[in-house]
Design a protein around this ligand. Sequence first.
Ligand SMILES: Nc1ncnc2c1ncn2[C@@H]1O[C@H](COP(=O)(O)OP(=O)(O)O)[C@@H](O)[C@H]1O
Ligand SMILES: [Mg+2]
Length: 261
Amino acid sequence: MSLAIDFQSVSVVRDGATILDSVTWQVDSSERWVVIGPNGAGKTTLLQVAASHEYPTSGSATIIGDTLGQCDVNELRPRIGFASTALARLIPNDETVLDAVMTAAWAVTGRWTEEYEEIDERRARRVLSEWSLEHLADRRFGSLSDGEQKRVQIARAVMTDPELLLLDEPAASLDLGAREELVGLLSGYATMSSAPAMVMVTHHVEEIPEGFTHALVLKDGAVFAQGPLDQVITDTVLSGAFGISLEVSRANGRISARGTR
Ligand SMILES: Nc1ncnc2c1ncn2[C@@H]1O[C@H](COP(=O)(O)OP(=O)(O)O)[C@@H](O)[C@H]1O
Ligand SMILES: [Mg+2]
């Protein structure tokens, strides 16, 4: 057992507001977690701490063995793959898909004067094919559909072979077809034995890919429930977290939820 994430009483306070409230949470390297909770629950902030982009105000956050505040984040960050809408905005629209993924090797967005090795390009092309993007390698990032852009962001995040992969709402704003394609790819990735520890934030239980093992439910910045997926994604927990009576059902490894009448 080796821990990818070890949060002990992590709190984040901004401008006097408690955004994360004493979160204690451990993610083993073999686990794939989904983080769910209402808008404003603190999911993105939790991921930003896990990505070493933000420090806890109190408590301790250890990420793949390095404790924030006691390590060089410039050495830690390349070991973490992170995809979010905020990071995607940094990819120039006129960048080719191949470059958008390859620049991850240098932890930059926007190709400039870095020297890329053949091995970077080979790896980028392999990652593109893993995410069904190989036919788009020479297209401009800005010309892709939302679904394709999301897959490029994830391909970029896995380009460096991270030890921890963090995805903030990767399926948000996708149409049904694009969502299902992405969930299928994520499921394939999550079930690979070589896959890193994964944490995916989502609003919808329908977006939880098969192969995910655990869930953390946040409410008002605090842990509302956490543990193995089947024990956490239940009528009682989701109804409590979202403040409305919900009914959860499962079929073929996927989950759905709807309000009860
Ligand atoms: N500087 C700030 N001061 C006060 N509240 C903030 C500040 N920044 C963010 N928040 C609040 O923190 C809460 C959690 O934000 P976030 O982590 O983005 O939640 P989520 O991703 O679950 O929607 C939100 O309610 C947001 O309004
Ligand atoms: Mg968010």
